[in-house]
Design a protein around this ligand. Structure first.
Ligand code: SAM
Ligand code: SF4
Length: 460
């Protein structure tokens, strides 16, 4: 029912301009793209999925690894051709680059890619409609200063119709930026220092999401568990308090948060996993390496033993919690012995899923200046071994769910007529043999089969 309403509303209106948004990178970029799309819709831009139809193409970029950043320039090469073709037809096509590459390499983009009309960083994207208007008047706009104002105060309110069309599971950014300065990471430079959004703003946005039909809210932050603010009586609050508070909000049925730093997992947050039925038993807690020497060189500020002790503490209060992590192979100076320590840590912890990457030297970070860079072939070989181990654990975890009865949040129709797709408590998609199940319902289903990246289930 909700879906039908959404489809009607998303019909293009006559004379509106169209924007095509391409998003790279993390969930925070997905959230930012949604907010930029909403802001542009107030200036008359309707979303399109077809780049050839677009009057404005916006690329929201990621700078975390070299490969991600390089994609932007190849994409801009293709857009240059498209813009030329459009010009021959007497049509306008503007190009904007947003996100972390815009922030880190604004001047370089302007030099290398004359096709770009607007370059806008992650802290200033509330100025995008204005920037587009200025660019349409012939100005080449580069907005990469860190904003002093709070962009969330300037962005339009969450749009009900658009939220409805995006589904029953939504992101809510609660914190941005990072003060941790891990030596491999660009985030503190591209996203700036840590800023937590105030409680009242978050509650208001969460209510808007619920009003639009959202049942599951994932709180986002580059370092989400560093969120801090004040409770209703002015008392100091951390992410744990925020979760208890949001868990009382009628309409929210499920809560998640990502990405966390092990140093910021405090008692309150761990207890939230014990107490809150709505907080899903899934935690993404990156460790990066299992070697204390490398953890120190990375400036992670904890040891492998401290990380394992933390996991034990969390599992003691929530034994069914599924753990996920991030790993980097071939950080400068990483020896075979250091790498073996990482494999040992993985074996000790046991992950349900994980993300792993070869170290990528990022300009301006301390890691890039370090000695003893590891050859690419060694990074790749270690990554392969690490991923093989993680895959074994992931497969074992998924197979351990077969036969279990679990609650599934129904999200959308499946590929085949008699199927719906939902989400398990552990984030894994679940394909359910059930035709008429309402989107947004939480149903009880029995897992019948584990696929490579999804589960199959029947109504219990
Ligand atoms: N804040 C999170 C934390 O502390 O773990 C991580 C956020 S970062 C955007 C996502 C992941 O990208 C990191 O956990 C790390 O594994 C990976 N990453 C960051 N910089 C990297 C680099 N220079 N090379 C390879 N992987 C990198
Ligand atoms: Fe980057 Fe995360 Fe470290 Fe911050 S805590 S510098 S976001 S890896």
């Amino acid at each position: 029912m909700d879906q039908i309403v959404a489809d009607k509303i998303s019909q293009p209106l006559a004379n509106t301009k169209k924007v095509f948004v391409k998003t790279y990178g993390c969930q925070m970029n997905v959230y930012d793209s949604q907010r930029m799309t909403d802001a542009l819709s107030e200036s008359g831009y309707q979303s399109t999925d077809t780049v050839e139809d677009a009057d404005l193409v916006l690329i929201n970029t990621c700078h975390i690894r070299e490969k991600a950043a390089e994609k932007v320039y190849s994409q801009l090469g293709r857009l240059r051709k498209l813009k030329e073709e459009r010009a021959l037809q007497g049509k306008e096509m503007m190009v904007g680059v947003a996100g972390c590459v815009a922030q880190a390499e604004g001047a370089e983009i302007a030099r290398r890619a004359p096709v770009v009309d607007v370059i806008i960083g992650p802290t200033t994207y509330h100025r995008l409609p204005d920037a587009i208007a200025r660019a349409r008047n012939g100005e080449r706009v580069i907005e990469t200063d860190y904003a002093v104002e709070d962009k969330f105060e300037y962005l339009p309110q969450i749009n009900r119709e658009k939220t409805l069309a995006r589904g029953v599971s939504a992101f809510l950014t609660v914190q941005e930026g990072c003060d941790k300065f891990c030596t491999f990471c660009v985030v503190p430079y591209t996203r700036g220092s840590e800023v937590s959004r105030p409680l009242a703003q978050l509650v208001e946005e969460a209510k808007k999401l619920v009003d639009a039909g959202v049942r599951e809210v994932t709180l986002l932050g580059q370092n989400v568990n560093a969120w801090h603010g004040h409770g209703p009586k002015g008392e100091a609050w951390g992410l744990g308090d925020l979760l208890y508070h949001l868990s009382d909000m009628p309409g929210i049925e499920r809560l998640r948060y990502t990405t966390s730093h092990p140093r910021d997992m405090d008692e309150m947050l761990i207890n939230a996993h014990r107490d809150l039925r709505k907080l899903m038993p899934y935690l993404h807690l990156p460790v990066q390496s299992g070697s204390d020497r490398i953890l120190k060189a990375m400036n992670r500020r904890h040891t492998a033993v401290e990380y394992i002790a933390l996991i034990e503490k969390i599992r003691a209060v929530r034994p069914d919690i599924a753990l996920s992590g991030d790993f980097i192979t071939g950080f400068p100076g990483e020896t075979d012995a250091d790498f073996e320590d990482t494999l040992k840590l993985i074996e000790t912890v046991g992950y349900a899923s994980a993300f792993s990457f070869k170290y990528s030297a990022r300009p301006g970070t301390p890691g890039a200046e370090m000695k003893d860079h590891v050859p690419e072939s060694v990074k790749a070989e270690r990554l392969e071994r690490l991923q093989a181990l993680l895959m074994t654990q992931q497969t074992a975890f998924q197979h351990s769910l077969v036969g279990q009865t679990v609650e599934v949040l129904v999200e959308k129709p499946g590929r085949f007529d008699n199927q719906m797709v939902g989400r398990s408590p552990w984030l894994l998609p679940v394909i359910i043999d059930a035709k008429d199940t309402r989107i947004g319902a939480i149903i009880t289903a029995r897992i019948t089969k584990a696929g490579s990246n999804s589960l199959h289930a029947e109504i219990a």
